[in-house]
Design a protein around this ligand. Structure first.
Ligand code: SF4
Length: 457
């Protein structure tokens, strides 16, 4: 049986030094995002992002058919896959039909979701993930821990040791420049000699029949412009109506993801290169069912920017692998239960409901509301994690009555006063161990403090 989120998070937190810098690294990205989104029109852009995604979901079938017609007219072969197995079989068939044995793949969470790599490798096809972070986790035989920064949990010294083992870089080398240079040589070779390139897509544009791919490393572009065969694997929810919609998406995506005005490479492919072939595999894999679920439908609007992960206090302190799902963090916690509620029943509870994920989401997905709705569904299905029903029933009983609430508050304050400060600040406190200088719980209640300060009569 797989581990629950709290169990996996406890393992992650045992390495307190890693947990502390993981938290800080992601908070740094969140702050970059804050700077990049300090635009007078930012909230209007979020409104537009939410509206254009809702519009596209409302006309999904029509937009996909328009995309297919335009792309086909331009010489692209479009396929439809109902689920992960169909997707993998289609891609394998295309590659085998072309006699391809070496594939350069650029980052695609969809292929992770479908488990494509093991299928291709079992059929004798070598797959090299060419995004640097993806290559690191591939060499380490791990799944990505973040949707934009797949190897964010790796230290540079560990990457140096991994590259030494797998690429023969000098022992002890941990300079980011030297490691990046070694990875560039290694990946360039894979990209230039591949029989086929597989990429994901950040958007499909119905108006043009085009596929839009955004990267900062240029690996997707190098792959698709070098190999004689380009396969795009993409979820059906990525379709947009027009180029104007794409302009909004590009402005909100990079600012939310990495705090950049725009990604270094943004490529809009509308036809195969002369002499080359291009296939697009449109994948459903549960998305239509999600569309039919009015309460949870807006989760399909996600543009995979990762901003909700970077801001989430639980994700930052528990690491992506603790979620046990291909998409971690707050968005994963509302996507995973739709795949298997029983298996992922603990994920909607992996949240403080602070609301920060909803506040940063560039397409205004109300993630906290969906987390709550999944908790309710989980309870209704009898799938809540052990003990949760008892705890929340008790809590509800206390909160439902003012006198009970006041009495419980007094008991908690008394109990806190009995705990020696040394216990709270000591090394055995996991939060202190993680390097966090958290202020101790106040010795007085908010009401007592407000009275003392003369703010409450
Ligand atoms: S839910 Fe919103 S913030 Fe989170 S990854 Fe998706 S678009 Fe970004």
């Amino acid at each position: 049986m797989s581990r629950t989120h709290p169990e996996a998070a406890a393992t992650f937190l045992r390495d307190s030094e890693r947990a502390a810098w993981h938290d800080e690294a992601l908070w740094f990205v969140r702050q970059k995002r804050d700077t990049a989104t300090a635009l007078p029109e930012w909230e209007a852009l979020r409104d537009a992002g939410a509206a254009l995604k809702a519009h596209a979901m409302g006309r999904l079938a029509e937009l996909l058919e328009t995309f297919e017609a335009r792309a086909t007219a331009a010489g692209v072969t479009v396929h439809w896959a109902r689920d992960a197995d169909e997707h993998n079989a289609l891609v394998l068939d295309i590659l085998q039909g072309a006699g391809a044995t070496r594939v350069a793949k650029s980052k695609s969470m969809l292929t992770e979701e479908c488990g494509l790599n093991p299928v291709l490798e079992a059929n004798g096809i070598e797959v090299v993930d060419t995004d640097l972070g993806e290559r690191i986790v591939q060499l380490a035989h791990e799944p990505p821990s973040h949707i934009v920064l797949p190897a964010i949990h790796w230290k540079k010294e560990e990457i140096g040791a991994l590259f030494h083992r797998t690429m023969g870089t000098p022992a002890g080398e941990s300079s980011p420049d030297a490691l990046a240079a070694a990875a560039r040589d290694h990946l360039r070779d894979a990209l230039l000699h591949a029989d086929a390139a597989i990429t994901g897509a950040n958007a499909l544009v119905a108006e043009t029949g085009g596929v839009v791919v955004c990267t900062n490393e240029g690996n997707a572009d190098l792959g698709m412009h070098s190999a004689p065969l380009h396969i795009v694997c993409v979820g059906i929810e990525k379709v947009l109506a027009t180029l104007d919609d794409l302009a909004v998406l590009l402005r909100i995506l990079a600012r939310s993801a990495t705090g950049q005005p725009i990604t270094a490479y943004t490529t809009h492919v509308t036809a195969p290169r002369p002499g080359a072939r291009m296939h697009v595999v449109l994948v459903d894999n549960g998305r239509s069912a999600r569309l039919a679920d009015a309460e949870m439908r807006s989760a399909l609007h996600c543009i995979r920017c990762g901003a909700c992960l970077n801001t989430c206090p639980i994700y930052r302190r528990s690491g992506g692998h603790s979620y046990g799902h291909v998409i971690p963090g707050p968005i994963g916690a509302i996507l995973a239960p739709a795949v298997d509620l029983k298996l992922h029943r603990d994920l909607p509870f992996a949240s403080t409901l602070c609301g920060s994920c909803g506040d940063v989401c560039p397409v205004r997905i109300d993630i906290p509301a969906q987390l709550l709705a999944w908790r309710a569904r989980s309870a209704a299905a009898g799938a809540s994690p052990a003990g949760y029903a008892t705890i929340f029933n008790r809590l509800g009983w206390i909160l439902a009555d003012r006198r009970r609430f006041d009495r419980a508050g007094r008991w908690v304050r008394r109990a806190l006063r009995l705990i020696p400060s040394a216990l709270l600040a000591g090394r055995w406190n996991p939060w202190t161990r993680a390097g966090r200088e958290l202020p101790l719980a106040p010795r007085e209640s908010f009401r007592e403090w407000a009275r003392r300060e003369g703010r409450l009569k």
